[in-house]
Design a protein around this ligand. Structure first.
Ligand SMILES: *[C@@H]1O[C@H](CO)[C@@H](O)[C@H](O)[C@H]1NC(C)=O
Length: 261
């Protein structure tokens, strides 16, 4: 159950990355109703036909269909058209950063649509392009790494998937919180260092949720709390849902290794 949720969350996250990274036309799709989105897709088809070399039209058609596939699934019937529009947008992208963002969305679409091999190949191309652009520490890069881990897992290459998740954990701290916490939830085996890191992060989340009154602490405990907060305070910016993936990770670590809290 957990992995299906994580996968859905990853696909949704990629849409957000696109909007941030490629400055795509609004979409504002999260709030829009399905009928409105369908109507919008119809208009965008006409726009694409009238302006075949418009990056914005191709991208907006792709992301509208992607959003529909996500919010009103119909067995992936929209995926081929959405994928073709993303590919077209990738060709037309005015900058390489925008192309990388479009490719990462294409990959998320294909993964959610069950075209896992193809998704993995697009993810590898996205990562290669992102490395050329020096974007190894971007949300786009680690989000794509995370999705590649899911793809490798689905292709039955469990070792490769675990190695990618460890890469995500290394790179995402302070940069891409949702990928960081979801990587914990997807990890299957925990090294002693990883257990320590996860345990410390959870300790921070628990104490922070309860609220800490520094004045009631001894000087040494206050200093220890400040050090903990300095390392982990960045988690405060995450949504409750994204933070909760850490608890999934802890639950798995506990289940699999008899880890006592
Ligand atoms: C991505 O590239 C790596 C390194 O070349 C390769 O081992 C892996 O199989 C590729 N993954 C997919 C899903 O194509």
């Amino acid at each position: 159950m957990a992995s299906r949720n994580i996968l859905g969350a990853a696909a949704a996250a990629a849409v957000v990355v696109l909007l941030a990274a490629a400055a795509a036309p609004q979409v504002a799709a999260a709030a829009a109703g399905v009928a409105e989105l369908e109507a919008r897709a119809g208009q965008l088809r006409s726009a694409v036909a009238a302006h075949p070399s418009s990056f914005e039209a191709a991208l907006e058609l792709a992301s509208t269909l992607h959003q529909l596939d996500h919010s009103a699934p119909n067995g992936g019937k929209r995926v081929p058209e959405a994928a073709a529009a993303y590919r077209r947008a990738a060709e037309l992208a005015p900058q390489l950063e925008a192309r990388a963002a479009v490719l990462s969305n294409l990959a998320a679409l294909l993964l959610a649509g069950g075209r896992v091999d193809e998704a993995g190949q697009v993810m590898n191309s996205t990562l290669e392009l992102a490395r050329e652009l020096g974007m190894e520490h971007s949300e786009l890069y680690v989000g794509t790494l995370f999705n590649l881990a899911k793809a490798e897992q689905q292709l039955g290459r469990r070792e490769a998937a675990q190695a990618l998740l460890r890469d995500v954990l290394q790179r995402s701290k302070g940069i891409a919180g949702a990928s960081y916490t979801k990587a914990w939830a997807a990890l299957k085996q925990f090294s002693p260092e990883e257990r320590r890191e996860l345990q410390e992060g959870i300790r921070y989340l628990r104490r922070s949720a309860k609220g800490v009154d520094e004045r009631s602490l001894s000087a040494s405990r206050a200093a220890a709390w400040r050090a903990l907060r300095q390392r982990w305070g960045w988690l405060d910016g995450l949504s409750a849902v994204d933070r909760s993936w850490m608890y999934w990770g802890a639950f798995h670590a506990y289940q699999q290794e008899g880890w006592v809290w």
